[in-house]
Every structure is written in C-alpha cells, then in structure tokens.
Design a protein around this ligand. Structure first.
Ligand code: ATP
Ligand code: MG
Length: 360
C-alpha cells in the first residue's frame, strides 16, 4: 500500500512555503484558477518521478526571483515511512534524497513510488504525434522494469551521439563509416531489448485498454489498438545500414524504437481522424486506467492517482463511473482537483467516499 501523508512545498512554482497533510485516501483539492492545484499535483508527481510532469527546464519550476525550490514529502509504503527531499538550486545539480540518503542516480528512484497522472493537456497523447504515446508507454514501463528504463537511457544516449556524428560528418563533408559502424552495433543492443519488452508489455496492456474503453463509453465500438515498430519486420542492424545514405542526408537516425507508435483504429479507420471529442476522452481515460491496472497488478498495490480537472473533461455519468471505480473498487490514494468545491463534495457524497477537501 502506498499513500502520501504530508508534503511541504517551498518556492516551487506559485508556492512560497506551504504544508499539506493528507489523512484520507480520497483527497479533493479545490481553488480558483491559478491557485496552484495543478502545481500541487505536480509537486507530488515530482517526488515520484524526480521531475515535473510538464515539459520545460527545472528553472521554470523555481518561484520567480528565488534561488531554488525544495519539496519534502512523507509517504507510507507498506507501512514503512519513506521521506523524500528534493532540492533544486539555480545552476547546481538537483539533489534527491530518500530517507536522508542521496540517490547515486535519479533513475534508481523510478518505480518505488508509482503514480498515474491525468492532466488537462493529456488529450494530446491521442491527438498529437507519436512522441506523447511513447512517453505514455515509457513512463509506465519504466516504473515496472528497471532494465527497460536503463536500456532506454542507453539507447537515447547512443542515439544522440549517432545524430551528432551524422551532423558533424555532413558539416565537415567527411565519410567515416567506421565510427558509424561502431555506434550502429551499440544502438542495436538496447533497441532490441526495448522492442521486445514493448511487444510483450503491450500484449497485456492492449486488451485492458479495450476493456476500459468499452466500459467507459458504455458500448461495444470496435476499438483496435496496435503496436507499430519498424523493428517488427526488419532486422535493425540491416535497417540501419540500408538507411545509412538517407540518414547522412537527413543528419539524423530515421528509424528505430524512437519512432515506434501505439496506434488506434475505430471501426477500421484511424481513431484520431474520426473519433468524436467524447470518444477521444474515453480512450484517454481507458489508457490511463489500463496503466493504473498494469502497475497495480505488477506491484501488488495500486499507484497513486493524480486527476487534474477531470470534471472539465467528462460528463456526470462518466465521472461517477470513473470515480466509483477509482474510489470504491480500489484501495489506492486519489487526488482530484476542481475549481468547484460543491461539485467535489457532492461527488464524494454520491459515491459514499470518505474524502478530505483541501481549499487553496
Ligand atoms: N515559477 C513560477 N513562479 C511563480 N509563479 C508561478 C511559477 N510557475 C507558475 N506559476 C504560477 O502558478 C499559477 C498556476 O498554478 P496552477 O496551474 O497550479 O493553477 P490551477 O489552480 O491548476 O489553475 P487552473 O484552475 O486554471 O488549472 C499561475 O498563476 C502561474 O503564474
Ligand atoms: Mg490546473
């Protein structure tokens, strides 16, 4: 079992110094626009993932005109206290402590305190480019499989080296196949590991997404998710050598697991081209709940669930369906933000959930 009991936020985004204690498993956070609801969820997310959910540099997370931020939080994991301290000062390396001990590598923390977040712009995972869908897969799988995360870190490192070599060669008009051969043979190793792990993982995830989708949408639309990867039908080493001329011209690596995608068909057409707003939202929630379920079954306890502005996204019935599943059929801790306190209180009452309300 995992729960957050307390968090003290200092100079993080709009917070100067604030302390919050949580004593229930369902926590409603309310406040007007700009009050810091999303930022509070992000501070929690930070403690789980060693970084913000939102893109951009850490400097943006420091309260205007301050020297740095600090987040201190107390979690209970299987009845044992886990204290996290994050210190991020301008121009110095981020410090991250678990029970007073610094981590040698931040990646070692990933997966200890699992969490799933649903944020307002997450609909981009469906509408946007493949990058968001890879991030979805990577965030989930990294929490469950340390080898996956380490392979991904290695792959990205070699990919950067390969791309900068391609650029260098083009700028200086040199052809150095030797060095490219070395990088290619290095890149193939983590690429194969990642491809195989994604394939196996998605075989379990995809049926869950379909099941949740049909439940949320309350119908039997024919949703077909599938994994797309060039590595499925090609030997990656051969592919790299076939692509070499093209890659040199483009000055980047055109194929690899950094181009993989998780695609969706609805009634045999491309989902994002034909789905309605509501169908897209249903799919987003289905993906997030499938993620929740995968983590829960793998870890043996549910991850924390951070729901930002879900009321703006779904109609009343869907909200009740969703929250009923989240609050009553699960034992995990849930944080839900809303601008309307009334709506939170009413929803908790309708669900018979023993919730705590925090007003910002
Ligand atoms: N580095 C920073 N320093 C100071 N304030 C910041 C910083 N970064 C963001 N903010 C402020 O945080 C506020 C936004 O907070 P947040 O997004 O958490 O609000 P919210 O309660 O979720 O609002 P909404 O209901 O609109 O989603 C904005 O006023 C923004 O200017
Ligand atoms: Mg917000």
């Amino acid at each position: 079992m995992l729960s957050l009991q307390k968090i003290i936020i200092t100079h993080f985004k709009n917070y100067e110094i604030s302390s919050f204690s949580f004593d229930k498993s369902v926590v409603g956070i309310c406040g007007l626009n700009g009050k810091g609801k999303t930022n509070l969820l992000d501070a929690i997310y930070y403690c789980c993932f060693t970084k913000s959910y939102f893109p951009g540099s850490d400097a943006l997370n420091i309260h205007f005109n301050q020297e740095g931020f600090r987040i201190e939080s107390s979690f209970l994991l299987n009845d044992k206290p886990h204290q996290i301290v994050v210190i991020n000062r301008v121009n110095s390396k981020k410090e991250f402590y678990l029970n007073q001990s610094p981590y040698e590598k931040l990646s070692h923390h990933i997966g200890l305190l699992p969490a799933v977040i649903v944020a307002p712009d997450d609909i981009d995972i469906i509408n946007g480019s493949s990058e968001g869908r890879r991030k979805y897969m990577d965030t989930m799988m990294s929490q469950l499989d340390i080898d996956y995360l380490q392979s991904l870190i290695l792959y990205n490192k070699i990919l950067i080296q390969r791309n900068s070599l391609l650029k260098n060669l083009a700028v200086n008009k040199i052809i150095d196949n030797g060095l490219l051969d070395v990088l290619d043979s290095q890149l193939v190793i983590p690429a194969r590991i990642i491809f195989n792990k994604r394939k196996v993982f998605l075989e379990k995830l995809i049926p869950l997404i379909v099941e949740f989708y049909n439940k949320i949408a309350e119908n039997d639309e024919n949703l077909i998710p599938y994994y797309e990867s060039k590595l499925a039908k090609n030997n990656y080493e051969e592919l790299l050598s076939i692509n070499r001329q093209k890659d040199m011209a483009l000055q980047r690596t055109s194929d690899g697991i950094h181009r993989d995608d998780l695609l969706f068909e609805l009634n045999h057409q491309v989902f994002k081209n034909i789905a309605s707003q509501g169908q897209k939202k249903s799919l987003l929630f289905a993906m997030k709940l499938a993620e929740y379920e995968m983590i829960k079954s793998s870890k043996g306890f549910p991850p924390m669930l951070l729901l930002d502005d879900v009321f703006e996204k779904l109609d009343d019935n869907r909200i009740i369906n969703l929250l009923d599943w989240v609050c009553n059929k699960n034992t995990g801790q849930v944080f839900i933000t809303d601008t309307h306190k009334e709506r939170l209180v009413n929803t908790f009452n309708r669900l018979n959930a023993d919730g705590q309300i925090i007003e910002l």
